[in-house]
Design a protein around this ligand. Structure first.
Ligand code: NG6
Ligand code: CA
Length: 507
């Protein structure tokens, strides 16, 4: 069946009210596994040799591996915002890296990836790192915490509210902090320590992992974090158990919903700092905690796949695996990542990494596996972006997007299923500046921000003048050719301005 026949069958099924009883292949289960800070070169199927990732590699060998796939941003919150809404995050103020007490930044009336799938009958769940804000002002962590994932389209939610290095260090299930003792309420501040609170800054002797920059405030589980916190002792997570807890919840969600189409968004905490993998993974690689966290991430992927196989639904489940931004080696803790890096290249051949305008910031692993529909062992160089999942899944489930829905999301279903090598024509990347990728060329808009981050040792790719790179002859972005091609620079900058002022980019 080609795609058109497939959609005709699907719309016929919808018209006759048969959708719920439609053949399994018309509504595959969908799982989006979203790694954190995992670089293009951090897994073996993308070239890593210092760490083995057999389970991620198996997704590729049984599915489709993309070589020119991107997150919309070189940091977490904006990339995740774009995945959820299909809108470039830079269109909306306040979508930079959020503190742990920030309000929800997604409008609850807007179409989202989960609400799109929910309205066509999917059961939707999120298990993992949220980092898109909660509540609408001051959050009471001891009561109902909303709006949040449940108000933007998820039926079930089990989340790390912000990041593993930001308070509060507790899980929130649906609207409530898990295991909270009402007699020991939680208070959070991003301004000042609570009276009597011991901080990492004043008490480094209490730490099992010390910061290298920042991260010197609240001490939880022997690790100092960003932000201050008191109370909630019974609810605090143990870092070394986070992967087991989250993967366990993901497995449970799959088992509970295996008889009905489901969408599971599984944004894992690995390999973000603080990197404290379970002892089962300690020493599994030569790279210290950063490498061992990759091994733990790979194990989590395997656990999901095994669950699907056990439930007999692997063939009819579309798994998409990717990362929210590029890699960083020292992101603020003394975890030996720099010392033990050896010859490993976290961003592969690409320049920069997390925080950078260079391609290392946004070019990420991206693999799609769906045994019923995607040919195994294939690769694609189509230009794709995670922001396109929304429009592509709308197409997959036979839904029409309204003009204002997901304004930057493009239907790339044929490319996603390996039926076509044609991806996007262009895309905008966000780091310190905005960049436009358009066919052969990439322009990074000029600005006066720092070119180098001395803390993470990242080449940020900012420069006072626009830079132009030839993506074909110079994928590593080593030769700025703006001076040789002023007319291309002008054309690209005009297109970038047009995309910005139009408020949307889907035709
Ligand atoms: C930075 C943090 C870094 C990380 C990042 C967000 C410091 C010094 N650095 O400000 O550790 O938390 O924010 O990462 O505090 S992200 O993947 O969620 O975007
Ligand atoms: Ca991240």
């Amino acid at each position: 069946m080609n795609r058109r026949q497939f959609l005709q069958t699907l719309s016929a099924a919808t018209a006759t009210g048969l959708l719920g009883a439609a053949k399994p292949s018309s509504q595959p289960n969908i799982i989006f596994i979203y790694a954190d800070d995992l670089g293009y070169g951090d897994v073996s199927c993308y070239g890593a040799t210092s760490v083995r990732t057999p389970n991620i590699d198996a997704l590729a060998s049984q599915g489709l591996r993309f070589t020119d796939a991107h997150a919309t941003s070189a940091t977490c919150t904006p990339s995740r915002y774009s995945v959820m809404t299909g809108q470039y995050a830079w269109r909306k103020q306040g979508t930079g890296i959020l503190p742990g007490d920030a309000p929800l930044i997604i409008d609850t009336h807007q179409l989202t990836l989960p609400s799109l799938l929910k309205r066509t009958g999917y059961t939707t769940g999120i298990v993992g790192k949220w980092h898109l804000g909660l509540g609408s002002g001051e959050i009471n962590w001891n009561g109902d915490i909303k709006p949040g994932p449940l108000e933007i389209g998820f039926d079930y939610s089990f989340i790390i509210p912000a990041t593993p290095d930001r308070v509060p260090c507790v899980f929130v299930e649906n609207h409530r902090v898990v295991n909270l003792d009402p007699a020991d309420p939680i208070h959070i501040s991003y301004k000042a320590a609570f009276p009597g609170e011991l901080t990492g800054k004043d008490h480094p002797e209490l730490l099992k992992m010390k910061p290298s920059h920042g991260h010197d405030m609240a001490i939880v589980d022997g690790v100092s974090r960003i932000g201050y916190m008191e109370g909630g002792k019974s609810a605090l997570w143990v870092d070394e158990d986070i992967a087991d807890t989250l993967s366990g919840k993901a497995v449970h969600f799959i088992e509970q919903n295996s008889h009905h189409p489901f969408f599971l968004y599984y944004p894992v905490h690995d390999i973000h700092v603080p990197r404290l993998p379970n002892e089962r993974f300690v020493g599994k690689t030569s790279m210290g905690p950063r490498g061992d966290a990759i091994a733990e991430l790979d194990w989590c992927v395997g656990r999901i796949v095994q669950t699907l196989e056990k439930q007999g639904i692997a063939h009819n489940t579309l798994i998409v695996f990717s990362s929210d931004n590029g890699p960083v080696v020292d992101d603020g803790y003394q975890d030996d990542a720099v010392k033990k890096l050896g010859s490993h290249k976290p961003a592969g051949i690409y320049r920069g990494g997390k925080y950078s305008n260079f391609d290392g910031g946004t070019r990420v692993p991206f693999i799609a596996k769906w045994p019923d529909r995607i040919k195994s062992g294939t690769t694609s160089n189509a230009l794709v972006d995670q922001i396109d999942l929304l429009a592509s899944f709308a197409s997959l489930t036979g839904q029409q997007l309204q003009h204002n829905d997901a304004p930057d999301s493009v239907d790339l279903l044929p490319a996603l299923l390996g039926r076509s090598r044609i991806g996007r024509e262009s895309l905008v990347e966000e780091a310190g500046a905005l960049s436009l990728v358009d066919g052969q060329w990439k322009v990074i808009r000029g600005d006066n921000k720092a070119a180098f981050d001395p803390y993470t040792k990242t080449e940020l790719g900012n420069a006072p003048r626009p830079q132009l790179y030839d993506r074909i002859s110079d994928p590593g972005e080593h030769h700025d050719v703006a001076a040789a091609h002023p007319e291309i620079v002008q054309r690209m900058l005009a297109k970038l301005n047009q995309i910005q002022s139009a408020g949307r980019s889907r035709i």
